[in-house]
Design a protein around this ligand. Structure first.
Ligand SMILES: O=C(CO)[C@@H](O)[C@H](O)COP(=O)(O)O
Length: 218
């Protein structure tokens, strides 16, 4: 699994007046997944968008939707996001008092099951769930906004996640989200990350498609 290198551009930084155009650009690019950030104004201090935008993304995307729920009580909405077209559903560890059950419900919905950890949460909190997971998302910024500065301690957390995955013989992919750009992409892949989420570095680039390719081969 360590050779897997995927890019999941976040449409949080897309032009919502031209969302179909931006998604079609991602379809034509080397992007592997399309990252959909759901923020509720409670788990994080920002509100992004909900089902209608996820459904538009699904309608136009030819690539899997990688849906990240930065919301409280995600269990209430898992089925609806699965029905809206998610291929993967990632919940925040800090929002899930019954995480094992939440992960089982995600899997029963037919989606890839992911768990995200905030910068203050150690990887060791995943010790007893890691064999159930398809993906571990290490937040490399405090969630809520695009365009933030990458937290350098993320490299250590990638190494911790890789060690845990190998120790427990888990098949989980390691995804990194926040502040990913050409300054850190190669180092993250070398440290054992498999999936890089990139928002502002892609959509602010003069050629988003070229940036996706550069990140993928960094
Ligand atoms: O979840 C989040 C932010 O909380 C991200 O997915 C951002 O959308 C990534 O954006 P950049 O940091 O790459 O601009």
């Amino acid at each position: 699994m360590t050779n897997t290198r995927l890019i999941s551009p976040s449409i949080l930084s897309a032009d919502f007046g031209n969302l179909q155009r931006d998604i079609e650009m991602l379809n034509q690019s080397e992007a592997d997944w399309i990252h959909v950030d759901i923020m509720d104004g409670q788990f994080v201090p920002n509100i992004s968008f909900g089902f209608p935008v996820a459904e538009v993304a699904k309608k136009h995307a030819t690539k899997p939707l990688d849906v990240h729920l930065m919301i409280v009580e995600p269990d209430r909405y898992l089925k609806r996001f699965a029905d809206a077209g998610a291929s993967g559903l990632t919940v925040q560890l800090e929002a899930c008092p019954n995480l094992h059950r939440t992960v089982q419900v995600i899997k029963e919905s037919g989606c890839r099951a992911g768990v995200a950890i905030n910068p203050h949460s150690p990887v060791s909190l995943l010790e007893d769930i890691i064999t159930e997971l398809d993906l571990v998302l290490v937040m490399s910024v405090n969630p809520g906004f695009g365009g933030q500065k990458f937290i350098e301690n993320t490299y250590k957390k990638v190494a911790d996640a890789r060690n845990l995955i190998e120790k427990r013989n888990s098949k989980a992919l390691i995804e990194i989200d926040g502040g990913v750009d050409m300054n850190n992409a190669g180092k993250l892949f070398s440290a054992g990350a498999n999936v890089l989420v990139a928002g502002s570095s892609v959509f602010a680039a003069s050629s988003p498609s070229q940036m996706i390719s550069s990140l993928k081969h960094a």
